[in-house]
Design a protein around this ligand. Structure first.
Ligand code: MTE
Length: 319
Protein backbone atom coordinates (compact mmCIF):
# COMPACT_ATOMS: atom_id res chain seq x y z
CA UNK A 1 0.00 0.00 0.00
CA UNK A 2 1.21 3.46 -0.75
CA UNK A 3 1.27 5.80 2.18
CA UNK A 4 1.02 9.38 1.09
CA UNK A 5 0.95 10.90 4.51
CA UNK A 6 4.49 10.72 5.72
CA UNK A 7 6.18 12.78 3.05
CA UNK A 8 7.38 16.33 3.37
CA UNK A 9 3.84 17.47 2.66
CA UNK A 10 1.69 17.99 5.73
CA UNK A 11 -0.85 15.21 5.77
CA UNK A 12 -3.75 17.46 6.57
CA UNK A 13 -2.94 19.91 3.81
CA UNK A 14 -5.64 20.28 1.22
CA UNK A 15 -3.94 20.59 -2.12
CA UNK A 16 -5.80 21.91 -5.12
CA UNK A 17 -5.14 19.83 -8.26
CA UNK A 18 -3.08 22.40 -10.17
CA UNK A 19 -0.76 23.08 -7.27
CA UNK A 20 -0.33 19.40 -6.63
CA UNK A 21 0.59 18.69 -10.26
CA UNK A 22 3.11 21.48 -10.29
CA UNK A 23 4.67 20.12 -7.14
CA UNK A 24 4.82 16.63 -8.68
CA UNK A 25 6.55 17.96 -11.76
CA UNK A 26 8.94 19.89 -9.58
CA UNK A 27 9.75 16.82 -7.49
CA UNK A 28 10.16 14.69 -10.61
CA UNK A 29 12.47 17.24 -12.17
CA UNK A 30 14.48 17.58 -8.96
CA UNK A 31 14.84 13.82 -8.67
CA UNK A 32 16.15 13.75 -12.23
CA UNK A 33 18.81 16.27 -11.26
CA UNK A 34 17.27 19.03 -13.31
CA UNK A 35 17.74 22.46 -11.75
CA UNK A 36 14.94 24.76 -10.79
CA UNK A 37 15.43 27.06 -13.75
CA UNK A 38 15.22 24.18 -16.18
CA UNK A 39 11.87 23.20 -14.74
CA UNK A 40 10.27 26.45 -15.85
CA UNK A 41 8.53 24.80 -18.77
CA UNK A 42 7.25 22.02 -16.64
CA UNK A 43 5.96 24.38 -14.05
CA UNK A 44 4.18 26.34 -16.73
CA UNK A 45 2.48 23.32 -18.25
CA UNK A 46 1.97 20.80 -15.52
CA UNK A 47 1.80 17.17 -16.59
CA UNK A 48 -1.67 15.73 -16.69
CA UNK A 49 -2.40 12.91 -14.28
CA UNK A 50 -5.51 12.28 -16.33
CA UNK A 51 -8.14 14.15 -18.29
CA UNK A 52 -7.91 17.08 -15.90
CA UNK A 53 -9.94 19.52 -18.01
CA UNK A 54 -12.03 22.08 -16.14
CA UNK A 55 -15.79 21.48 -16.19
CA UNK A 56 -17.64 24.75 -16.79
CA UNK A 57 -20.75 26.07 -15.04
CA UNK A 58 -20.78 23.97 -11.95
CA UNK A 59 -22.29 25.12 -8.71
CA UNK A 60 -22.29 23.68 -5.22
CA UNK A 61 -25.10 21.27 -4.43
CA UNK A 62 -27.22 21.94 -1.35
CA UNK A 63 -26.61 18.28 -0.48
CA UNK A 64 -22.89 18.92 0.06
CA UNK A 65 -21.32 18.37 3.43
CA UNK A 66 -19.24 21.19 4.92
CA UNK A 67 -16.58 18.78 6.19
CA UNK A 68 -13.01 19.28 5.09
CA UNK A 69 -12.27 17.88 1.65
CA UNK A 70 -9.70 15.16 1.16
CA UNK A 71 -6.72 16.33 -0.91
CA UNK A 72 -6.73 15.81 -4.67
CA UNK A 73 -3.60 13.72 -4.24
CA UNK A 74 -5.19 11.26 -1.81
CA UNK A 75 -8.39 11.00 -3.84
CA UNK A 76 -6.52 10.23 -7.04
CA UNK A 77 -3.57 8.15 -5.77
CA UNK A 78 -5.25 5.86 -3.23
CA UNK A 79 -7.83 3.90 -5.18
CA UNK A 80 -9.64 0.64 -5.62
CA UNK A 81 -10.17 -0.22 -9.28
CA UNK A 82 -9.29 -3.87 -9.82
CA UNK A 83 -9.50 -3.57 -13.60
CA UNK A 84 -6.48 -1.29 -13.33
CA UNK A 85 -4.65 -3.51 -10.86
CA UNK A 86 -4.80 -4.61 -7.25
CA UNK A 87 -3.20 -2.41 -4.63
CA UNK A 88 -4.05 1.18 -3.91
CA UNK A 89 -1.47 2.81 -6.17
CA UNK A 90 -1.96 0.52 -9.20
CA UNK A 91 -5.06 2.27 -10.61
CA UNK A 92 -3.23 5.59 -10.95
CA UNK A 93 -0.16 3.87 -12.42
CA UNK A 94 -2.26 2.00 -15.02
CA UNK A 95 -4.79 4.76 -15.66
CA UNK A 96 -3.29 5.66 -19.05
CA UNK A 97 -4.34 2.31 -20.54
CA UNK A 98 -8.01 3.24 -20.34
CA UNK A 99 -9.41 5.25 -23.27
CA UNK A 100 -12.50 7.19 -22.28
CA UNK A 101 -13.31 8.71 -25.69
CA UNK A 102 -15.40 7.75 -27.57
CA UNK A 103 -17.63 6.35 -24.82
CA UNK A 104 -21.30 5.59 -24.62
CA UNK A 105 -23.68 3.96 -22.18
CA UNK A 106 -26.40 1.50 -23.25
CA UNK A 107 -29.58 1.78 -21.18
CA UNK A 108 -32.08 -1.06 -21.64
CA UNK A 109 -34.16 -3.71 -19.89
CA UNK A 110 -37.54 -2.92 -18.34
CA UNK A 111 -38.12 0.49 -19.94
CA UNK A 112 -40.16 2.02 -22.75
CA UNK A 113 -37.35 4.01 -24.36
CA UNK A 114 -34.17 1.90 -24.38
CA UNK A 115 -31.17 3.43 -26.10
CA UNK A 116 -27.58 4.51 -26.00
CA UNK A 117 -26.24 7.85 -24.83
CA UNK A 118 -22.81 9.28 -25.65
CA UNK A 119 -20.58 10.70 -22.95
CA UNK A 120 -20.56 14.11 -24.64
CA UNK A 121 -24.35 14.26 -24.34
CA UNK A 122 -24.12 13.22 -20.74
CA UNK A 123 -21.48 15.87 -19.98
CA UNK A 124 -23.33 18.56 -21.89
CA UNK A 125 -26.78 17.69 -20.69
CA UNK A 126 -26.48 16.82 -17.04
CA UNK A 127 -23.39 18.13 -15.31
CA UNK A 128 -24.56 21.23 -13.55
CA UNK A 129 -23.84 20.72 -9.92
CA UNK A 130 -20.81 20.17 -7.81
CA UNK A 131 -21.57 17.82 -4.98
CA UNK A 132 -19.38 17.11 -2.02
CA UNK A 133 -19.89 13.76 -0.37
CA UNK A 134 -18.15 11.49 2.00
CA UNK A 135 -17.32 8.27 0.27
CA UNK A 136 -16.57 5.44 2.65
CA UNK A 137 -15.01 2.23 1.48
CA UNK A 138 -15.47 -1.21 2.90
CA UNK A 139 -11.79 -1.42 3.80
CA UNK A 140 -12.76 1.08 6.48
CA UNK A 141 -11.45 4.44 5.39
CA UNK A 142 -13.26 7.59 4.43
CA UNK A 143 -12.74 10.54 2.14
CA UNK A 144 -14.68 13.70 1.43
CA UNK A 145 -14.68 14.10 -2.34
CA UNK A 146 -15.98 17.16 -4.20
CA UNK A 147 -17.61 15.17 -6.98
CA UNK A 148 -18.97 16.84 -10.08
CA UNK A 149 -22.10 14.97 -10.94
CA UNK A 150 -25.85 14.88 -11.32
CA UNK A 151 -28.65 12.77 -9.89
CA UNK A 152 -28.67 9.26 -11.36
CA UNK A 153 -32.48 9.53 -11.52
CA UNK A 154 -32.24 12.38 -14.05
CA UNK A 155 -30.59 10.06 -16.54
CA UNK A 156 -32.75 7.04 -15.72
CA UNK A 157 -36.02 8.92 -16.29
CA UNK A 158 -35.06 9.68 -19.88
CA UNK A 159 -35.30 5.99 -20.72
CA UNK A 160 -38.78 5.66 -19.24
CA UNK A 161 -38.54 2.72 -16.81
CA UNK A 162 -41.76 0.67 -16.85
CA UNK A 163 -43.71 -0.76 -13.91
CA UNK A 164 -41.64 -3.99 -13.92
CA UNK A 165 -38.46 -2.04 -13.18
CA UNK A 166 -37.72 -2.71 -9.51
CA UNK A 167 -33.93 -2.65 -9.75
CA UNK A 168 -31.19 -1.00 -11.77
CA UNK A 169 -28.11 -2.99 -12.81
CA UNK A 170 -24.78 -1.43 -13.80
CA UNK A 171 -21.80 -2.82 -15.70
CA UNK A 172 -18.23 -1.61 -16.16
CA UNK A 173 -16.40 -1.82 -19.47
CA UNK A 174 -14.93 -5.24 -20.24
CA UNK A 175 -11.79 -4.83 -22.33
CA UNK A 176 -8.62 -6.57 -21.11
CA UNK A 177 -6.59 -4.55 -23.65
CA UNK A 178 -7.43 -1.36 -21.82
CA UNK A 179 -7.90 -2.85 -18.41
CA UNK A 180 -4.85 -4.96 -17.58
CA UNK A 181 -6.42 -6.23 -14.36
CA UNK A 182 -9.05 -8.05 -16.42
CA UNK A 183 -6.39 -10.33 -17.89
CA UNK A 184 -6.58 -12.26 -14.65
CA UNK A 185 -9.70 -13.70 -13.04
CA UNK A 186 -9.32 -11.65 -9.87
CA UNK A 187 -13.05 -10.90 -10.04
CA UNK A 188 -15.84 -12.20 -12.24
CA UNK A 189 -15.64 -9.56 -14.99
CA UNK A 190 -17.21 -7.28 -15.92
CA UNK A 191 -17.63 -5.55 -12.55
CA UNK A 192 -21.36 -5.40 -11.82
CA UNK A 193 -23.47 -3.59 -9.28
CA UNK A 194 -27.10 -2.86 -8.61
CA UNK A 195 -29.52 -0.68 -6.69
CA UNK A 196 -33.18 -0.95 -5.89
CA UNK A 197 -35.21 1.49 -7.99
CA UNK A 198 -36.12 3.77 -5.06
CA UNK A 199 -32.45 3.93 -4.04
CA UNK A 200 -31.45 4.79 -7.59
CA UNK A 201 -34.02 7.58 -7.72
CA UNK A 202 -32.84 9.13 -4.44
CA UNK A 203 -31.18 12.53 -5.05
CA UNK A 204 -28.07 11.43 -3.12
CA UNK A 205 -27.38 8.66 -5.65
CA UNK A 206 -25.34 10.46 -8.29
CA UNK A 207 -23.45 9.76 -11.46
CA UNK A 208 -20.12 11.55 -11.29
CA UNK A 209 -18.19 12.81 -14.29
CA UNK A 210 -15.48 14.67 -12.43
CA UNK A 211 -13.99 15.77 -9.15
CA UNK A 212 -12.40 18.96 -7.89
CA UNK A 213 -14.08 20.79 -10.78
CA UNK A 214 -12.26 18.72 -13.41
CA UNK A 215 -13.04 15.83 -15.74
CA UNK A 216 -12.72 12.56 -13.79
CA UNK A 217 -9.26 11.01 -13.60
CA UNK A 218 -9.38 7.49 -15.07
CA UNK A 219 -8.40 5.83 -11.81
CA UNK A 220 -11.51 7.27 -10.15
CA UNK A 221 -13.81 5.69 -12.73
CA UNK A 222 -13.82 7.92 -15.80
CA UNK A 223 -15.76 8.87 -17.68
CA UNK A 224 -18.83 8.03 -15.62
CA UNK A 225 -19.18 6.36 -12.22
CA UNK A 226 -21.79 5.86 -9.59
CA UNK A 227 -21.53 7.49 -6.16
CA UNK A 228 -23.85 6.21 -3.42
CA UNK A 229 -22.51 7.90 -0.30
CA UNK A 230 -24.65 6.02 2.24
CA UNK A 231 -23.30 2.64 1.07
CA UNK A 232 -19.88 1.02 1.31
CA UNK A 233 -17.53 2.05 -1.46
CA UNK A 234 -17.76 -1.12 -3.53
CA UNK A 235 -21.32 -0.21 -4.61
CA UNK A 236 -19.97 2.88 -6.41
CA UNK A 237 -19.19 1.19 -9.71
CA UNK A 238 -16.71 2.87 -12.06
CA UNK A 239 -16.43 3.36 -15.83
CA UNK A 240 -20.03 2.37 -16.58
CA UNK A 241 -21.00 1.18 -20.07
CA UNK A 242 -24.38 -0.40 -19.40
CA UNK A 243 -27.39 0.33 -17.23
CA UNK A 244 -30.28 -2.14 -17.21
CA UNK A 245 -33.69 -1.87 -15.57
CA UNK A 246 -34.52 -5.21 -13.99
CA UNK A 247 -37.48 -6.93 -12.37
CA UNK A 248 -35.27 -8.99 -10.05
CA UNK A 249 -32.30 -8.21 -7.84
CA UNK A 250 -29.33 -8.08 -10.22
CA UNK A 251 -25.93 -9.72 -9.80
CA UNK A 252 -23.36 -7.66 -7.94
CA UNK A 253 -19.66 -8.51 -8.09
CA UNK A 254 -18.64 -8.66 -4.42
CA UNK A 255 -21.97 -10.10 -3.35
CA UNK A 256 -21.53 -12.96 -5.84
CA UNK A 257 -17.93 -13.54 -4.77
CA UNK A 258 -18.50 -13.59 -1.00
CA UNK A 259 -22.22 -13.38 -0.19
CA UNK A 260 -21.69 -13.82 3.55
CA UNK A 261 -19.24 -10.89 3.61
CA UNK A 262 -20.77 -8.44 1.13
CA UNK A 263 -24.52 -7.99 1.00
CA UNK A 264 -26.48 -6.60 -1.89
CA UNK A 265 -27.55 -3.53 0.12
CA UNK A 266 -24.19 -2.71 1.73
CA UNK A 267 -25.60 0.23 3.63
CA UNK A 268 -22.98 1.64 5.96
CA UNK A 269 -23.94 0.14 9.31
CA UNK A 270 -21.65 0.19 12.37
CA UNK A 271 -23.99 -2.28 14.11
CA UNK A 272 -23.32 -5.05 11.60
CA UNK A 273 -19.72 -6.21 11.49
CA UNK A 274 -18.01 -7.67 8.48
CA UNK A 275 -17.29 -11.33 9.44
CA UNK A 276 -13.57 -10.54 9.52
CA UNK A 277 -13.51 -7.04 11.01
CA UNK A 278 -15.51 -4.53 13.01
CA UNK A 279 -17.26 -1.81 11.06
CA UNK A 280 -17.63 0.53 14.04
CA UNK A 281 -14.63 2.72 13.30
CA UNK A 282 -12.75 3.91 10.24
CA UNK A 283 -9.61 5.74 9.28
CA UNK A 284 -9.90 9.19 7.74
CA UNK A 285 -7.67 9.50 4.70
CA UNK A 286 -5.38 12.50 5.01
CA UNK A 287 -5.08 12.27 8.77
CA UNK A 288 -2.27 9.72 8.67
CA UNK A 289 -2.05 6.09 9.71
CA UNK A 290 -1.58 6.83 13.37
CA UNK A 291 -4.42 9.30 13.81
CA UNK A 292 -7.35 8.30 15.97
CA UNK A 293 -10.00 6.41 14.07
CA UNK A 294 -13.40 7.96 13.68
CA UNK A 295 -16.73 6.46 14.62
CA UNK A 296 -18.69 5.20 11.64
CA UNK A 297 -22.23 6.53 11.49
CA UNK A 298 -25.32 4.64 10.31
CA UNK A 299 -25.79 5.26 6.60
CA UNK A 300 -22.47 7.10 6.68
CA UNK A 301 -24.14 10.10 8.31
CA UNK A 302 -26.96 10.31 5.75
CA UNK A 303 -29.58 8.53 7.88
CA UNK A 304 -31.91 11.54 7.94
CA UNK A 305 -32.11 11.45 4.17
CA UNK A 306 -32.12 7.73 3.41
CA UNK A 307 -33.10 5.62 6.45
CA UNK A 308 -36.78 5.74 5.45
CA UNK A 309 -35.96 3.77 2.29
CA UNK A 310 -35.42 0.77 4.56
CA UNK A 311 -38.20 1.11 7.11
CA UNK A 312 -39.53 -2.29 8.10
CA UNK A 313 -36.45 -4.11 6.78
CA UNK A 314 -34.19 -6.16 9.01
CA UNK A 315 -30.84 -4.54 8.22
CA UNK A 316 -28.93 -7.38 9.88
CA UNK A 317 -30.38 -9.80 7.39
CA UNK A 318 -30.35 -7.39 4.45
CA UNK A 319 -26.81 -6.13 5.08
N1 MTE B 1 -15.67 -0.20 -9.84
C1 MTE B 1 -15.04 -1.05 -10.68
N2 MTE B 1 -15.45 -1.14 -11.94
N3 MTE B 1 -13.99 -1.79 -10.26
C2 MTE B 1 -13.55 -1.77 -8.96
O1 MTE B 1 -12.59 -2.50 -8.61
N4 MTE B 1 -13.86 -0.81 -6.72
C3 MTE B 1 -14.90 -0.35 -5.79
C4 MTE B 1 -15.58 0.92 -6.30
N5 MTE B 1 -15.91 0.80 -7.71
C5 MTE B 1 -14.22 -0.89 -8.05
C6 MTE B 1 -15.28 -0.09 -8.55
C7 MTE B 1 -14.38 -0.13 -4.46
S1 MTE B 1 -14.01 -1.54 -3.57
C8 MTE B 1 -14.23 1.11 -3.92
S2 MTE B 1 -13.78 1.29 -2.28
C9 MTE B 1 -14.42 2.33 -4.74
O2 MTE B 1 -14.71 2.03 -6.10
C10 MTE B 1 -13.18 3.18 -4.68
O3 MTE B 1 -13.37 4.41 -5.33
P1 MTE B 1 -12.17 5.48 -5.40
O4 MTE B 1 -10.95 4.75 -5.88
O5 MTE B 1 -12.60 6.56 -6.33
O6 MTE B 1 -11.97 5.98 -3.99
Amino acid sequence: MRITHQSDIASSEITPPELWRRRREFLKASAAGVGLIATGGLLGSPGRVSAGETIPNIKPSPLSTDEQQTSFEDITQYNNFYELGSGKSAPAANAHHLKTRPWSVVVDGECDAPGEIGIEDILGGFTQEERIYRLRCVEAWSMVVPWVGFPLGDLLKRFKPNSNARYVAFETLYDPEQMPGQRRAVLDWPYREGLRMDEAMHPLAILATGLYGEIMPNQNGAPLRLVVPWKYGFKSIKSIVRIRFAAREPEATWNMLQPDEYGFYANVNPAVNHPRWSQKMHRVIGEGWFARKQETLPFNGYADQVASLYSGMDLRRHF
